[in-house]
Design a protein around this ligand. Structure first.
Ligand code: AMP
Length: 598
């Protein structure tokens, strides 16, 4: 078996690691760097470069240099984040034939996964060349092509790298602010078991937003002094961006820096240079609000995990942007304690992934990784109501079981509609699969017992089974819970559920009222048919009139009217029972014969 490597395919930089003698180690690239820029460039003759060479030549050929491709992954061309991205990058973002966002270089179109694959390929090369040097020590060290063993989320990987030797129980917040995305996760680590309690974040918030704020400031300063607007000049803008990012890095360790961009523009009077000083405090004023945007998701993650700020034992910083002192101080203020130092924020993800890989093949003592479901899973029930069997943020692997029944007499099959989402009504959620449990034995509604089980394994694969407890007949289906869903989708779905909460609740109440009304109609109509000869005519006539009235109300769909008609029918139907059994209190507990005799 080939050695398992862990790769962090980052928005800005990528990193690859493997586990040697139980210890995770980052593999440096050919230039000796431990991380490789996630940049791909194409030269005029079609030659492709990846990594720092690509990044360097991006200054002179910005239109043919692709960076931050991860931000476009899985986005439709007209999606707002794709449009936002297209406005700030020098390369052309176009619409592919499938409607997705793609990158146009000369007359060739590349999809975001294609560009990402080029970066992954480079990381494979890094690992391979290293592996060749060390063939004596790495057993069977051939990494030919990538066989994806498991995809784990970044914060989880980071916590793995940090805590794989941790023995006592700890509650950890992983704050991951990278170039393009922000994630916060709350995990519990104890005895090698990693359990993600909640995750939240913003897929379009990161270091680049800080760069853009700084670019805007520099462009403003230049315009003020020279009257020239650099924002329209793609080449100048790219140089500005490079310098802005560099200045931002420098201001993480010094209190002021200088920005020099000679020959950035020219007018009739000759070439113009951008020369300006920037203080750390000035940068902080520019970006303070952007960093504050990470705190909302932090609170959300705490709430979802059901813990308070003071319950967090360690805060782990991940992502290059978390090196900024202001980020660290805001995080410290929010949680009321200093974040953990000593883990390299650029490398932890790849190291954690390598550890997980090693655990998969038994190279290190088993670590158990528990992830969470991003969205709720369940089935459609009577009246189109979505019934959740596994709520979102449940730790996987997990299993949940529930007994359902039929809604029609002599139903010959039970349709099972598996859905994923947060809305109350089935039709508003994502349909994952449909199948039928058939045949089932003919029986009155409400009698058959159908046991539905949801089983999610550690890879997020959901096995749904339905079993008729009467006959033990069983049917099942396997689905991947989040197939086709990007993090973006997940955020949107959760947001929509909040926005529609009140109207969804109304629709759900109405559907449930209808279900109750239909059940009462069913028993009342049966009672009329069976007891017609045995109870006074006026009782039957009243029930029949109330049944009719309830039918009309259901057709009209007014919740209050249905409720009133339902209560009226309940009272008149009760009279049938009264007439049949004498004046008994049907709600009174049934006494045993022995007790009533005594
Ligand atoms: P990542 O996606 O984790 O590679 O993070 C990359 C982001 O971190 C980019 O926006 C970088 O500009 C930023 N970054 C890297 N190093 C530093 C630093 N020393 N100070 C501030 N930001 C940094």
């Amino acid at each position: 078996m080939g050695k398992i490597i862990g790769i962090d395919l980052g928005t800005t930089n990528s990193c690859v690691a493997f586990v040697d003698n139980g210890e995770p180690q980052v593999i440096p690239n050919a230039e000796g760097s431990r991380t490789t820029p996630s940049v791909v460039s194409f030269s005029k003759d079609g030659e492709r470069r990846v990594g720092s060479v690509a990044k360097r030549q991006g200054v002179t050929n910005p239109e043919t240099t692709v960076f931050a491709i991860k931000r476009l992954m899985g986005l439709a061309f007209d999606a707002e984040p794709a449009q936002k991205h297209a406005r700030v990058v020098p390369y052309r973002v176009v619409e592919s034939t499938r409607g997705d966002a793609a990158v146009q270089i000369e007359d060739h179109q590349y999809s975001p996964p294609e560009i990402s694959a080029m970066i992954l390929d480079k990381m494979r090369e890094v690992a391979e060349s290293f592996d060749a040097q060390r063939s004596a020590t790495i057993a069977a060290g051939k990494i030919a092509g990538l066989n994806v063993r498991r995809i784990i989320n970044e914060p989880t990987a980071a916590a793995l790298a940090y805590g794989f030797k941790e023995k006592e129980g700890k509650r950890v917040a992983v704050y991951d602010l990278g170039g393009g995305t922000f994630d916060i996760s709350i995990l519990e680590i104890s005895n090698g078991v990693f359990s993600v309690k909640s995750t939240a974040g913003d897929t379009h918030l990161g270091g680049e937003d800080l760069d853009n704020a700084l670019v805007e400031e520099l462009a403003r300063r230049f315009e003020d002094s020279s009257g020239i607007n650099l924002r329209e000049d793609r080449v100048a803008l790219q140089r500005l961006k490079e310098q802005a990012e560099k200045a931002k890095h420098e201001l993480s360790s010094s209190l002021s820096t200088e920005i020099n961009l000679p020959f950035i523009a020219a007018d009739e009077s000759g070439p113009k240079h951008l020369e300006t000083k920037l203080k750390r405090s000035e940068l902080e004023i520019l970006v303070s609000e952007i960093i504050d945007q990470t705190l909302g998701p932090c609170q959300q993650a705490l709430d979802d995990a059901g813990v308070k700020r003071e319950d967090i034992d360690e805060i782990l910083l991940v992502g290059g942007q978390s090196r900024m002192p202001m980020v660290q101080s805001k995080v410290a203020d929010f949680f009321g304690k200093q974040p953990h130092k000593g883990v390299n924020p650029d490398e932890v993800v790849a190291m954690g992934a390598a550890l997980q890989g090693a655990a998969l093949v038994g190279d290190v003592e088993e670590v158990l990784l528990l992830d969470v479901t991003p969205l709720s899973l369940g089935v459609e029930t009577g009246g189109g109501v979505f019934y959740k069997l596994i709520p979102r943020n449940t730790t996987v692997p997990t299993r949940s079981k529930e007994i359902f029944t039929t809604s029609v007499d002599n139903q010959s099959f039970v349709p099972i509609h598996v859905l994923q989402g947060e809305r109350d009504m089935a039709e508003d959620n994502k349909s994952l699969a449909k199948f039928e449990l058939a045949p089932i034995l003919p029986a009155p509604r409400g009698v058959p017992e159908i046991e539905v089980t949801f089983d999610i394994d550690a890879d997020g694969v959901v096995n749904v089974s339905a079993k008729d407890l009467g006959t033990s007949r069983e049917q099942n289906i396997r689905v991947v819970a989040s197939s086709g869903l990007t993090e973006e989708d997940i955020e949107r779905i959760i947001g929509e559920a909040d926005a529609y909460k009140t109207s969804d609740q109304k629709r759900r109440d109405l559907a449930e009222l209808r279900n109750a009304a239909e059940a009462l109609l069913y028993t009342s109509e049966r009672a009329v048919a069976e007891c017609r000869e045995l109870v006074p005519e006026e009782v039957i006539a009243q029930v029949e009139a109330d049944v009719e009235a309830l039918h009309v109300c259901i057709d009209e769909g007014d919740a209050i009217a249905i409720k009133d008609a339902l209560e009226t029918l309940e009272l008149s139907a009760y009279k049938i029972a009264e007439a049949m059994y004498g004046n008994v209190d049907l709600d009174a507990p049934v006494e045993s014969e022995a007790q009533s005799d005594s």
